[in-house]
Design a protein around this ligand. Structure first.
Ligand SMILES: Cc1ncc(COP(=O)(O)O)c(C=O)c1O
Length: 482
């Protein structure tokens, strides 16, 4: 995106790309939207594309690829072992991150599986700035416990703290002093904390955590899935980094860490993932596990076409005008929602705009899943699919009670370079209508509930006929408009 001053004074972002391949979309009538969400058990994961107008579920595996990425897929070198495509990707990673060893995997959570199996034992502790769903599940399956050491400001929905994703350093020191380093399997920092609004981590924080981990002999692992947004924010918001290039910032983060892993569904705009390290022992241990779970060491479950495109995508990630598209669009959306008085997480982060369902639906009881109800209501009102990031995304306590999430968010992910500004404006319009009519929205309850990661397949129903009432009001206000 370019920093442009407009003659007419409007403040809108300007794209530095053109769209040359398009995909047809439909906006089905509101009656069909109600049927579709009921068929999907009020779980937006269970909707089908044919019923969705704008898919803001995630940015995972659905970011737009560049012409150069698509072109590179045509020259991929297909072989089970020793493909030149793998060597190109390995060299690109070594060039950008300055780490010698690379293990390819099929997606981000596969890294979490391998790393947790290698490092986590029964009773291990794993401090982190904030958990991600699959990370926590893998650590838990291996007998470990996640400890979230975030700053108090991290959960404050209305904030001007530029780095809400930073780890609380005092809490980390206190934990090591209390438990001793041996009990700590590893320290994890997630670049651009997914579950609390894509909030970034400062370079200073990575480097302090690194020093503490090295002083105590504890491995320091960076989850770099959302690194691209984080690099942009470090350059924009951290005084000491304003003159640094994206490449220099990347290298400093890499130098600070012992292991980096990533979902390439986010980082690199393809479908895959990987683990990189300079530590040969770590590499060799993981290498033994790789064929069992992922595939041979030169593909790891990925197609060579995706790997070839990842090489190009990683290089493009070093381009500031490319990686700022997401954050700039998100900032536009968050600022407009804020101007309209709609509760949304601030400051704007990466990944997407996050509606604060805790405040939006403060009349809905906490046990009736505010963020899930808002996801269902927004889909009905607009055909826009968001993702619940609140209590439904948590696991139940051992005694069967719900673990009420610290935040109830409706995440509206903005896959990079996929939506236009008019589509963003339509979404803002429908959210504004919904906010005006929020008291019509009621809660949800489970009628089918899986034990693990229930948010993927769980099914819920409304606690009253609020959805029909919402549709009646929509019809009264919009007539035959879709
Ligand atoms: C921060 C973070 N870590 C790990 C993952 C898991 O990656 P994947 O979906 O590729 O398995 C994700 C996915 O959204 C993520 O956002």
């Amino acid at each position: 995106m370019a920093n442009i001053k407009y003659f007419l004074g409007e403040q809108i972002p300007l794209e530095m790309h053109k769209v040359r391949v398009v995909q047809r979309l439909d906006l089905v009538p509101i009656e069909r939207r109600l049927e579709a969400i009921k068929e999907g058990g009020n779980n937006t994961f269970l909707l089908f594309n044919k019923d969705i107008y704008l898919d803001m579920l995630t940015d995972s595996g659905v970011n737009a690829m560049s012409d150069k990425q698509i072109a590179s897929m045509m020259v991929a070198d297909d072989s089970y072992a020793g493909s030149a495509t793998f060597t190109r990707l390995e060299s690109k990673l070594a060039e950008i991150f300055d780490k010698k060893f690379f293990l390819p995997v099929h997606q981000g959570r596969a890294c979490e599986n391998l790393l947790s199996q290698m490092l986590v034992k029964e009773g291990s502790l794993v401090p982190m700035n904030y958990h991600f769903t699959t990370t926590k599940a893998h650590i838990g399956v291996n007998g470990g416990k996640v400890l979230e050491l975030y700053k108090a400001e991290a959960l404050n929905p209305i904030s001007s703290d530029p780095f809400k994703g930073d780890m609380d350093i005092d809490a980390l020191n206190a934990l090591i002093a209390k438990e001793g380093p041996d009990k700590i399997a590893f320290i994890r920092i997630e670049a651009g904390t997914n579950l609390i609004g894509g909030q970034p981590v400062s370079l200073a924080n990575y480097e302090i955590v690194s020093k503490i981990s090295r002083d105590n002999g504890i491995p320091f692992i960076v989850d770099a899935s959302l690194l691209a947004d984080n690099l942009h924010f470090i350059k924009q918001r951290e005084d000491a980094c304003k003159e640094m290039s994206i490449r220099e910032i990347t290298k400093r983060i890499s130098d600070a860490s012992d292991i980096i892993y990533f979902s390439a569904r986010k980082l690199g705009h393809v479908r895959g993932g990987g683990i990189i390290t300079n530590d040969e022992k770590t590499f060799k241990t993981l290498l033994e596990m790789l064929p069992l779970y992922e595939g041979f060491s030169t593909y790891g479950g990925m197609s060579v076409r995706e790997m070839e495109a990842m090489t190009v995508g990683l290089e493009e990630t070093m381009d500031e005008e490319m990686i700022n598209q997401g954050p700039v669009f998100i900032e536009f959306m968050v600022n407009e929602l804020t101007r309209l008085g709609i509760p949304v997480i601030t400051p704007p982060g990466g990944l997407g705009a996050h509606l604060d369902a805790m405040a939006f639906l403060d009349h809905v009881p906490r046990g009736e899943y505010r963020a899930g109800a808002l996801a269902s209501a927004l889909y009905i009102a607009s055909g826009v699919r968001g993702m619940e990031r609140g209590t439904i995304s948590e696991e139940r306590e051992a005694d069967g009670s719900d673990h009420l999430a610290a935040v109830e968010l409706l995440r509206l992910a903005l896959p990079r370079r996929v939506f236009t500004l008019s589509q963003i404006k339509y979404t803002i319009d429908r959210i504004a209508w919904l906010y005006e009519n929020r008291k019509l929205i009621g809660g949800l309850k489970f009628y089918e509930e899986p034990k693990v990661l229930r948010f993927f397949f769980g099914k819920l129903e409304p606690t009253s006929n609020w959805q029909e009432k919402l549709i009646a009001k929509f019809k009264a206000d919009f007539g035959e408009s879709l």
